[in-house]
Ligand binder design. Structure first.
Ligand SMILES: [Zn+2]
Length: 191
């Protein structure tokens, strides 16, 4: 039983055998109540959090609060890889448009194709709303570039401006690990 708990912790990103062992004993030796709270919080989140039907971010509603917010600019759509990128951009405070979460990048080598990430949903969303600018706020990986290229082609004929965040963000850097000032600047300096 202890070993399965340790193994379960090793499934988290950045957690190796050593940290996982430390977590397991931390809970079992002195913090059983905290452990139960953690397991309840996990269960509640997993059972109640779903993807927004419009932007695919994580939410407890069918449509998330940002998509529902009528004060936000419907004409600008910021495309990000994952929900945590949204949190980073929101923290920068310079963006008031809407978002779309891809949920991954195209990667033929890994068998990740158009239907595996949100490209069809993105096309439907853009075609049914009055988006005039799409900001590609993706990371700088090869897969991200391939995906951006696909999106650019997808809307080539439509009258939509496609911009990319300025690359103050280091190559391969993920948005959620980039500081807020850098994100703010890369958004205002987009081209
Ligand atoms: Zn949403």
């Amino acid at each position: 039983v202890i070993n399965s708990l340790i193994k379960a912790f090793t499934h988290l990103p950045g957690i190796g055998q050593k940290s996982a062992t430390r977590f397991a004993y931390f809970i079992l030796e002195h913090h059983k109540q905290k452990g139960l709270e953690l397991s309840k919080a996990l269960k509640d989140a997993i059972e109640n959090v779903k993807n927004c039907e419009q932007c695919r971010t994580l939410t407890t509603h069918n449509i998330c609060e940002i998509c529902q917010n009528e004060k936000r600019d419907n004409s600008i759509l910021c495309v990000v890889e994952n929900p945590s990128s949204i949190a980073s951009i929101e923290a920068s405070g310079v963006y008031s448009g809407k978002y779309f979460v891809l949920g991954g990048y195209l990667s033929p080598i890994d068998g990740i194709g158009i239907e595996d990430i949100g490209l069809v949903d993105l096309e439907n969303l853009v075609n049914t709303t009055n988006v005039t600018e799409i900001i590609l706020a993706t990371s700088a990986s090869m897969e991200a570039e391939v995906t951006n290229h696909y999106i650019e082609n997808m809307f080539q004929k439509a009258d939509i401006k496609i911009t990319k965040i300025a690359r103050g963000i280091p190559l391969g850097g993920d948005l959620e690990y980039t500081d807020i000032n850098t994100i703010a600047k890369s958004l205002t300096d987009r081209n």
